[in-house]
Ligand binder design. Sequence first.
Ligand SMILES: [Zn+2]
Length: 151
Amino acid sequence: MAGYQEFKLTMADVKEILMGEKEEEKQQDDVVTQLEPEVKVKTELKPDDWLCIACNKKITTDKDRFEYENQSEFQFINPGGYYFNILTFCAADGCKEMGEPTMEFTWFPRHSWSYAMCRRCSNHLGWKYIGKYSFYGLIKERLIKGAALFN
Ligand SMILES: [Zn+2]
């Protein structure tokens, strides 16, 4: 008898669970509708975009990678002994330049540099170079790839 009662209880539970799930499904539909604008924003971000790691502003894209003498990634050490991984781009609309261009300690011969900062949060992202070529050398660790945010 005890077994039968238990079974009855289980059936009631199952019914409740099924109804509960239906209710949840309905609620999930509502949530999806509400989240639509946010989803739209997310799809505007492309996997090959590079963003400021501090504020996630779009800085540039892989389509704007620039090859300086057949190379678009460099390792440099500054006079202070700091080691930098540098990616080169021909454009970086998310950057604003700061300071007077100078040739002092330049990593790219005959190219002067000025600071390149994030337009939104002023994080120092790298340097703008001007010489035979005009390009940006951005610090890899201060950028985040759009693809990383898709996960
Ligand atoms: Zn920023």
